[in-house]
Design a protein around this ligand. Structure first.
Ligand SMILES: C[S@@+](CC[C@H](N)C(=O)[O-])C[C@H]1O[C@@H](n2cnc3c(N)ncnc32)[C@H](O)[C@@H]1O
Length: 248
């Protein structure tokens, strides 16, 4: 007996960090052939302009600590549109599989017997590191890099601070700007020098991008107030290679 064929079709598409020319060709192709586009808060206006006029747009705007549509509601929406036979694009900032709950969406679609593909995107760490001149790895400074969700950093059990404080690595905190004091305190309590270079990149790769790069102790004093712009916190020796870096 042959297995049941999946029904419907959903492409879970990474839109990258903002500019349309940082989308992949495959991502643009799926977007331009979409009949329904379900998208998040961080999708830029210039990417939204590429949605066909004939396509239905569904905003499910996710903001930190607040989901205008709960995750299960997003799953139901995708499944319903796919079952109605529409070409559905689930458009997500950055890469769908990096702190984007893309994994959960794929699981829900698979459980519903719906065919889906994942189109990778430039994740914020890659976009911001390139735009701010901060290599994620470098033979002389960092042989590894680690991506972490900063907003979960309040729970002592979430991160292995001892391992994170070791030299030779670049630490990239997504959703972590407002947790900077706690993150810095934890790292320094486990031996990281307060002189370690660190940066905050906001609106990375976009025309409105701002970069603050200095010593961690200084960053703690002059970090901007948390705002609605997406921001990345990068801590590690490679930050000193940035043209934005101020050593004192
Ligand atoms: C829910 S996560 C989604 C990450 C996304 N899937 C990715 O791969 O980039 C959202 C967080 O990504 C980071 N982020 C996304 N776009 C950014 C940008 N253009 N500049 C700086 N940080 C960004 C911010 O830390 C923001 O709070």
């Amino acid at each position: 007996m042959s297995e049941a064929q999946p029904i419907g079709n959903v492409a879970i598409v990474g839109a990258g960090p903002g500019p349309v020319d940082l989308m992949t060709l495959r991502a643009l192709d799926r977007l331009q052939r979409a009949e329904v586009v379900v998208y998040d808060r961080l999708i830029s206006a210039e990417i939204l302009e590429r949605i066909p006029a004939t396509a239905q747009r569904v905003y499910v705007g996710k903001a930190l600590g607040y989901h205008s549509v709960p995750q299960e509601g997003i799953h139901e929406l995708l499944i319903a549109h796919a079952r109605a036979g529409r070409r559905v694009v689930r458009l997500k900032g950055g890469d769908p599989y990096v702190f984007g709950r893309g994994g959960e969406e794929v699981q829900a679609l698979q459980a519903a017997g719906i065919a889906c593909e994942v189109v990778p995107g430039v994740t914020a760490a890659s976009g911001c590191s390139a735009a701010a001149g901060i290599p994620l790895t470098h033979r002389d400074y960092a042989t590894s890099c680690v991506f972490l969700p900063g907003h979960l950093a309040n729970d002592a059990a979430t991160h292995d601070w001892r391992a994170l404080a070791r030299p030779g690595q670049t630490r990239v905190f997504y959703m972590g700007i407002q947790r900077l004091p706690h993150i810095a305190e934890r790292l320094m309590a486990h031996g990281l020098s307060p002189e370690t270079p660190a940066a905050i990149v906001r609106d990375g790769t976009r025309p409105s991008q701002t970069v603050l790069a200095c010593r961690l102790s200084r960053l703690l004093q002059c970090a901007p107030a948390y705002g609605p712009q997406p921001g990345l916190l990068i801590i590690g020796e490679t930050v000193q290679l940035s043209p934005y870096f101020e050593s004192d």
